[in-house]
Design a protein around this ligand. Structure first.
Ligand SMILES: [Zn+2]
Length: 259
């Protein structure tokens, strides 16, 4: 279990450990997208006050932050994003490592004086110009996943009026970034072989779901091991927390290696 306070909405969320049911969801999903992220939250996250929650309405910053907390709970705080050196003739492996705690702390929101709350719930008003905006949500991310110009589509959903000059658009987007900093960012590293600067793009949703999914695929073998060894039903095995299921499965493997 882990308790998390979301930086933008201030919601208090309780996360529980993944069980086999969630591993099946992850293993059988066709894409590591926001739809899967929301489906996972429906299963393992709840508001600390017990109220019902539609995770689609979370801002993308809160959604990505929550996914990073799930990653922290399951695999720990240290993230390693590996890439290859882009320098011509080098191509060495470069490890970019960081702490989730420090990353989330670095991208904390900071209120700005140029913006105030608009009358419409969830919307903000630029004080100096007649522009209102709201923060992109998980539902927006789902909606724009397959449109030809997602950036334009997102602006049309979130900014009124949406046909702004480049300068005004920049002002609004800077305000949005201050209120809800993006957690999708380039990370900098140095190639250990040639010293070249290396950049790797970090997307918390993609990273967390992929990592969870890589482990989730062992669910089929583990259900098979536990079912044949203990004659437990599939449903009973899928209700076990992931760590405990893996412990049992490992003991069965050890026993079979010794036999
Ligand atoms: Zn290099």
């Amino acid at each position: 279990m882990m308790n998390v306070r979301l930086p933008i909405s201030g919601l208090e969320v309780t996360l529980r450990q993944l069980r086999g049911v969630e591993d099946v969801l992850l293993a059988e999903a066709t894409r590591c997208d926001t739809y899967l992220a929301v489906a996972l939250l429906d299963k393992i996250a709840r508001l600390a006050n017990g109220a019902a929650m539609q995770w689609e309405i979370l801002s993308v910053t809160d959604l990505d932050g929550l996914l990073l907390r799930i990653r922290q709970m399951v695999f720990g705080d240290r993230v390693r994003a590996d890439t290859h050196c882009p320098a011509i003739g080098c191509n060495s492996k470069v490890e970019v490592a960081f702490s989730i705690e420090e990353y989330v702390d670095y991208y904390q929101p900071h209120p700005i004086v140029e913006v105030e709350s608009a009358p419409e719930s969830g919307w903000f008003q630029m004080k100096a110009v007649p522009i209102v905006f709201r923060l992109p949500t998980a539902a927006d991310r789902i909606a724009i996943a397959f449109v030809p110009d997602p950036v334009r589509e997102l602006r049309q959903c979130c900014i009124r009026p949406s046909d702004l000059s480049v300068q005004l658009l920049q002002q609004v987007e800077e305000a949005m970034e201050a209120i809800a900093p993006s957690l999708c960012n380039p990370l900098q590293g140095i190639c250990p072989e040639c010293g070249a600067a290396v950049e790797v793009y970090f997307d918390p949703q993609q990273f967390t779901l992929l990592e969870l999914r890589q482990q989730a695929v062992s669910i089929y073998e583990e259900v098979h091991l536990l079912a044949t060894q203990y004659q437990w039903t599939e449903a009973a095995i899928l209700r076990l927390p992931r760590d405990r299921r893996r412990q049992y499965a490992e003991r069965i493997r050890q026993q079979r290696r010794l036999a």
